[in-house]
Ligand binder design. Structure first.
Ligand SMILES: *Cc1c(COP(=O)(O)O)cnc(C)c1O
Length: 227
C-alpha cells in the first residue's frame, strides 16, 4: 500500500533529521512518478503529499492533464530546449537547468506567459561523462549570468550522484553540493537561502544528514516491499 510506504518514508525522514539535528518539517518530499499510473499519483496526493516529479515533459503533460487534484509538478529529468515552452506551462520547479542557453530559453518562455519560473541549477558533482550539469568550478559565474534573466528565479541547486551500490558512497557528492551552497552564500549573491535537491530512495537519509532540503523519492513510495 502506498500509504504504508509513505508512513515508513516519513518515519525514516524523522530518524535522519533527529540524527542530523534538523527539523523534519524542513524536508520536502517529491514523489517521483515516472513510469507510474495516474491512479497511483492520485493516491499519493490523497495521502497528503503534494509534490510530483517527472523526468519527461511529454509524460508529465499527459498526467498533468489527467490529474484532477492540485499538485506541484517538478521536472527532474534532462530538459531539452525545444521542450522549455511546455515545461514552463506546467512545472512549479525545474530541477535540471544545466546551461545558460537552457536558462535563457526558459526565461523567454516564462516571460510570454507572465511567469517567474522557479529553477534549480543542476551541478555535476562527479566526473561521470554522461551526467548533465554545471561544473562546480564555473558555477558562480553561471549563477551571476542566470540571475540576470528576468523571468527565472534560482531557488537552489540539484545533483545526482553516480549510481553506487552503497548509499554511503553518495555522501561525498552531497557534501560537495553543500559546500558549494556555502561558497555561494559567502559570495553574497542571494538574499535568501538556496535549497538543495539531493537524495533518492536509497540515499535520502545520507542526503538529509548532509543538508538536503528536497528529496526525490520514487521506488520507496511506489514499489511494494521496497528496502
Ligand atoms: C528516478 C529519479 C529519482 C527517483 O529515484 P528512486 O531511486 O526511484 O527513488 C530521483 N531523481 C531523478 C533525477 C530520477 O530520475
Amino acid at each position: 500500500m502506498l500509504s504504508d510506504n509513505i508512513a515508513r518514508l516519513k518515519g525514516n525522514i524523522i530518524s535522519s533529521c533527529l540524527k542530523a539535528g534538523r527539523n523534519p518539517s524542513e524536508i520536502e518530499i517529491v514523489a517521483v512518478s515516472k513510469g507510474r499510473q495516474i491512479e497511483d499519483i492520485k493516491e499519493v496526493l490523497r495521502c497528503g503529499l503534494s509534490n510530483i516529479g517527472e523526468n519527461k515533459v511529454q509524460e508529465a503533460l499527459l498526467k498533468y492533464k489527467a490529474c484532477d487534484f492540485t499538485a506541484k509538478w517538478h521536472m527532474i529529468g534532462h530538459l531539452q530546449r525545444n521542450k522549455a515552452k511546455e515545461a514552463v506551462g506546467i512545472f512549479d520547479l525545474i530541477h535540471s537547468v544545466d546551461s545558460l542557453i537552457l536558462a535563457s530559453e526558459i526565461s523567454k518562455q516564462a516571460a510570454k506567459i507572465g511567469k517567474i519560473q522557479n529553477v534549480l541549477l543542476e551541478v555535476k558533482t562527479s566526473s561521470e561523462p554522461s551526467k548533465f550539469g554545471f561544473n562546480p568550478g564555473v558555477l558562480l559565474d553561471s549563477l551571476e549570468d542566470i540571475s540576470k534573466l528576468n523571468n527565472i528565479k534560482i531557488v537552489g541547486l540539484m545533483t545526482i550522484p553516480p549510481l553506487l551500490l552503497d548509499k554511503e558512497g553518495s555522501r561525498r557528492f552531497f557534501r560537495d553540493l553543500s559546500i558549494l551552497r556555502e561558497k555561494i552564500k559567502e559570495a553574497g549573491l542571494f538574499d535568501y537561502k538556496l535549497k538543495l535537491s539531493m537524495g533518492m530512495s536509497d540515499d535520502f537519509g545520507v542526503a538529509i544528514e548532509e543538508g538536503s532540503d528536497i528529496i526525490r523519492v520514487g521506488r520507496a513510495i511506489f514499489e511494494e516491499n521496497y528496502g
